[in-house]
Write a protein that binds this ligand. Structure first.
Ligand SMILES: [Zn+2]
Ligand SMILES: [Zn+2]
Length: 276
């Protein structure tokens, strides 16, 4: 039986095994195993003293290049052992670069795609068969096993352009929202004849907000909501009674609103507004 199949019991034995697995690469001076109670058998009896080495414990190992890292003891000494993650990532990168230099990079291929000719790659998006060179494909460093990306540069650029296009549309939408007219509006229940007068710096948005609140039965004005519930939405009408430029200061709108409210009272309208 080879040495490595022996059960490990002590910290020293663990370090010996680890040095074997990793060619004395790491420093184990920070490795500590916690004291454990006796092991208990299935019927609750104490069986034997637990060994110092605990395969499931997380221990601190020091990489000569990257410093301390934490790993489960077992993972560090198993057959295909784990070591410093940063070292591993560097190694993968180096292998990729070397393969790239040797022209050995493999192309990623979907199973349902036809096999490309040697030195060619089929773009996953446009499905064109193109030479497997940096002129047509990007090198993908993210994926361990693959060298070239699966989408051709042309498609990648197209996608970037469409995203730019969408961002421009978003800006246009925002500008449009800013240019919505401001002003004074009136909502009327045509059965009761009762009106609500309001102001807004974005009239269409504000009117839509009233409609939504009423539909959801959450309107701030209880009398207006009650009438709406009783008579239905087809009996609510909305009118813009004064339109102002979108950059009108809100104090002016406030004043105009007051004037309209007073004017409506004078004309004998019944108002939903609370008058202060
Ligand atoms: Zn390292
Ligand atoms: Zn393409």
């Amino acid at each position: 039986m080879s040495k490595s199949f022996k059960h490990l019991k002590t910290r020293e034995a663990f370090i010996e095994r680890a040095n074997e697995r990793h060619n004395n690469k790491y420093d184990y001076s920070k490795v500590k195993f916690d004291k454990r109670g006796p092991l208990i058998s299935y019927n609750g009896k104490r069986t034997r003293k637990a060994p110092e080495y605990n395969r499931d414990q997380k221990i601190t190992i020091t990489c000569p290049v990257h410093g301390d890292f934490i790993q489960t003891a077992r993972k560090h000494i198993e057959k295909d052992p784990s070591g410093c993650k940063k070292c591993a990532a560097e190694q993968t990168g180096k292998i990729l670069k070397q393969k790239w230099k040797n022209g050995e990079l493999q192309a990623y291929q979907r199973k349902d795609q036809p096999k490309p000719k040697d030195g060619m790659q089929i773009c996953m998006r446009c499905e064109k068969e193109l030479p497997l060179t940096t002129e047509h494909f990007r090198i993908d460093n993210q994926k361990k096993t693959l060298g070239f990306g699966s989408t051709c540069k042309n498609c990648i650029n197209k996608k970037a352009r469409s995203e730019e296009e969408r961002e421009k549309q978003r800006i246009r939408d925002r500008l449009r929202a800013k240019n919505l007219p401001a002003g004074i509006y009136r909502a009327t229940n045509i059965i009761t004849g009762c009106v609500y007068i309001g102001k807004s710096i974005r009239l269409p948005d504000r009117i839509q907000h009233h409609k939504t609140c009423l539909i959801m039965n959450k309107h701030k004005n209880p009398r207006m909501q009650a009438d709406y519930n009783l008579h239905g939405k087809e009996h609510m009408i909305y009118e813009v009674i004064e339109e102002h430029p979108c950059d009108t200061p809100s104090e002016i709108l406030y004043e105009r609103e007051r004037e309209q409210i007073i004017d409506h009272i004078r004309k004998g309208y019944n108002l939903y507004n609370r008058i202060n």
